[in-house]
Design a protein around this ligand. Structure first.
Ligand code: FAS
Ligand code: PHB
Length: 393
């Protein structure tokens, strides 16, 4: 097979890139190792930045998002029993975030690509990338037991943290920056109305908890747990009891709605950045290049900002012959990646219980949270990062 842009991976990165290129008349082929049902079934991100919402709506993917997305104008930070709200619109010139699950975004993208008769192949696993040094990129993949190749002008490695793209960059060129956190997140989806209108990020003496949601009838909650914890160690009652304890606050009663937990799992937490994000005619996009702890609700949003930069760069190249965009792709995306990595690290450091932390360490965290929610300048800093920094900061 032959195409202009070969895309490995049909997560948010690969699907949105293919969609945006299609709108510009640029041909792509997407290969995805998993089945369509598996890709759609994955439960991951929940919060869309303003910029993510804008690019989805501007590219014709806003119908369900407008109907089912929940616009949120703030979050609550809870620490030492003190609950304080950060308002977004008043601190960010009217911006907000939208709660709309990643699986809904992926569903909408797959539907749009299939409606456009895209060359989107599921259960097609890329095994090798060749020809980069010679300027003639070829993707080798297997489907239905047969070997195939895709000859392309450029390759977008949208294959996530465990994909093959990053490994196609020679070791002597690639630099990896990584920090593993000494905890994980136990996440649940339950048939229960959210217990609060907005998200609650709680720092407690026993650990972090997050209250989120997916719809007026489905709540999404997280508990900090040991990094090597096993979901089998947790009964549903223990999960609800822990959440209820961690969301209590001084001077007011908090009622946690409970219900049938229909999805639960444990996610490891790491910060991970690869430099550079381009090698010859291969571009790394999204989780293939970087991972952030989900405390700042940034993972998918950062992936989508990579896509916005690369789609514009490839459009300028194919339409006007300008290479300026592809030549600055890595530098531009890495700047934003580090800004987002810093914010996600900061939120994670401020809100979680670290095993090595003593009473002094907890007091410093409380002071950080007190300042972040009491000072207008500090609230503005948190709000402008949470709703999403401008692409051209
Ligand atoms: P993805 O990992 O989504 O997609 C990569 C795709 O490439 C996958 O479908 C994979 O099957 C495919 N692939 C891999 N190797 C391949 C090969 N050799 N050939 C073909 N295909 C291949 N972000 C948040 O903002 N909030 C959250 O709460 C949150 N929770 C998360 C929980 C988990 C368990 C994980 C893993 C991530 C979470 N994230 C969260 C981050 C997540 O949302 C990512 O940022 C987002 O999926 C990034 O999208 P992609 O870059 O498309 O990568
Ligand atoms: C979610 O709803 O899944 C979610 C929300 C905010 C986060 C992380 C996850 O910071």
């Amino acid at each position: 097979m032959k195409t202009q842009v070969g895309i490995i991976g049909a997560g948010p990165s690969g699907l949105l890139l293919s969609h945006l290129l299609h709108l510009q008349g640029i041909d792509s082929i997407i290969i995805e190792s998993r089945s369509q049902d598996y890709v759609i079934g994955r439960v991951r991100a929940g919060v869309l930045e303003q910029g993510t919402v804008d690019v989805l709506k501007e590219s014709g993917l806003g119908t369900r998002l407008e109907k089912e997305g929940l616009e949120h104008h703030g979050i609550e930070l809870l620490f030492d029993g003190i609950a304080r709200r950060i308002d977004f619109p008043s601190l960010t010139d009217g911006k907000a975030v939208t709660v709309y699950g990643q699986k809904e975004v992926v569903k909408d993208l797959i539907a749009a690509r299939q409606a456009a008769d895209a060359k989107l192949f599921f259960e097609a696993k890329a095994s090798k990338i060749e020809g980069l040094a010679e300027g003639k990129p070829v993707i080798h993949f297997e489907k239905d037991g047969e070997q195939h190749t895709i000859t392309c002008d450029y390759i977008a490695g949208c294959d996530g943290f465990h994909g093959i793209s990053r490994k196609a960059i020679p070791d002597e060129i690639l630099t990896v920056f990584e920090r593993e956190y000494p905890f994980g997140w136990l996440g649940i989806l339950a048939e229960a109305a959210p217990s609060s209108e907005e998200l609650i990020y709680a720092n407690t003496s026993e650990g972090f908890a997050l209250h989120s949601m997916r719809s007026p009838t489905v709540t999404r909650n997280y508990i900090q747990c040991a990094p090597d914890d096993d979901i089998k160690n947790w009964t549903d009652d223990q999960i609800w009891e822990t959440l209820n304890r961690r969301f209590q606050r001084n001077g007011e009663s908090f009622h946690l709605n409970t219900g049938n937990i229909f999805e639960k799992g444990i996610t490891a937490m790491r910060s991970f950045v690869t430099e550079p994000m381009r090698y010859e005619k291969l571009f790394l996009v999204g989780d293939a290049a970087h991972i952030v702890p989900p405390t700042g609700a940034k993972g998918m949003n950062l992936a989508i900002s990579d896509v916005r930069v690369l789609a514009k760069a490839l459009t300028d190249l194919y339409h006007d012959g300008s290479e300026e965009g592809i030549d600055t792709y890595s530098e531009k995306c890495l700047r934003r990646t580090w800004l987002v990595t810093r914010f996600s690290w900061w939120m994670t450091s401020m809100l979680h219980k670290f095993p090595q932390d003593d009473a002094f360490g907890h007091k410093i965290q409380v002071a950080q949270l007190d300042y972040a929610t009491a000072s207008l300048a500090a609230q503005t800093t948190l709000a402008e990062n949470y709703v999403g920094l401008p692409l051209d900061l």
